[in-house]
Design a protein around this ligand. Structure first.
Ligand SMILES: Nc1ncnc2c1ncn2[C@@H]1O[C@H](COP(=O)(O)OP(=O)(O)OP(=O)(O)O)[C@@H](O)[C@H]1O
Ligand SMILES: [Mg+2]
Length: 259
């Protein structure tokens, strides 16, 4: 017999316009902050947006969404909202406890999260993927019907290039669309000059190698983490958010409208 949750997931996604996943393969490159800020920016542009955190261990939409609670309804859990963005994370359910999950249990948790969340109608669902190419990512790619694609984040370093290429190979093998590559922390602004990071250009190289779009660069923003602690409105005023907004307007929203 078919798992009834799979039917439910299909039904939920019928209400969702486009699903954009943010991934890397590499840890600590800014996936979560990019996914969260992207959701807030797109929400600010007038779209109905959801943000789904699939990081079961380091549930990482973090500070920004701390303390938010889901609400129960007959048709599943209603995600809490921040500046109009609906957000869902395993952290809302597990709170501070560590989740000792591995293998099949992880796939179960992702399936459950996708089935239980009552997003309602959305224009966009942004999915924050955990690092690596493990169960969470594979399950998400299997269960989410026809995602728009993956925004792949890299750092300007050779190591990052190598790890990110593994995700690119996996996405190619699974025939998942790549929306494009973002190089995060690509440069650093000083009062007198712009300092290029050592491996700047790795993002462009990956894009060329795999024949996908290079979406743009985001600078290191020393004020970012302070802003995150101050909240969503402060985050949206950062240099980081401005660089990301440019990418979203030019490269993601511009192209994602189906005509
Ligand atoms: N452009 C940037 N400028 C300054 N700090 C940044 C920038 N991008 C990300 N960071 C910071 O780097 C840290 C890691 O970011 P984040 O948690 O989003 O990465 P991640 O790829 O989701 O990590 P993980 O692999 O653990 O899920 C955070 O403290 C974040 O605020
Ligand atoms: Mg993360």
């Amino acid at each position: 017999m078919m798992d009834p949750r799979l039917v439910q997931i299909q039904e939920r996604f019928r209400e969702i316009g486009e699903t954009i996943l943010v991934g890397s393969g590499k840890g600590g490159v800014g996936k979560s902050i990019i996914a969260s800020t992207m959701a807030l920016i797109m929400g600010g542009l007038g779209a109905k947006v959801g943000l789904l955190d699939l990081d079961l261990h380091g549930a990482s939409i973090g500070w920004l969404f701390k303390g938010l609670k889901t609400e129960e309804s007959k048709n599943g859990l209603i995600p809490p909202q921040l500046l109009g963005v609906k957000a869902m994370s395993i952290a809302f359910l597990s709170e501070e406890r560590a989740l000792p999950l591995r293998g099949a249990a992880k796939s179960e948790a992702i399936t459950e999260l996708l089935a239980i969340t009552n997003w309602g109608k959305l224009d966009y669902l942004i999915v924050d993927l955990p690092p690596g190419t493990g169960d969470e990512t594979l399950t998400a790619l299997k269960l989410i019907p026809e995602p728009k694609g993956v925004v792949v984040v890299t750092l300007p370093s050779r190591l990052s290039g190598v790890v990110v290429s593994k995700l690119m190979d996996l996405l190619r093998a699974l025939d998942v669309n790549v929306i494009g590559i973002i190089e995060n922390m690509a440069w650093f602004e000083q009062p007198t000059r712009r300092v290029r990071m050592f491996g700047r250009g790795v993002g462009k190289e990956i894009a060329r190698k795999y024949g996908v779009d290079f979406l743009g660069e985001i600078p290191i923003d020393p004020a970012l983490n302070v802003a995150v602690e101050q909240g969503a409105a402060a985050l949206l005023r950062t240099r980081f958010a401005r660089a990301l907004e440019k990418i979203i307007r030019r490269k993601i929203l511009g192209r994602s409208r189906r005509t």
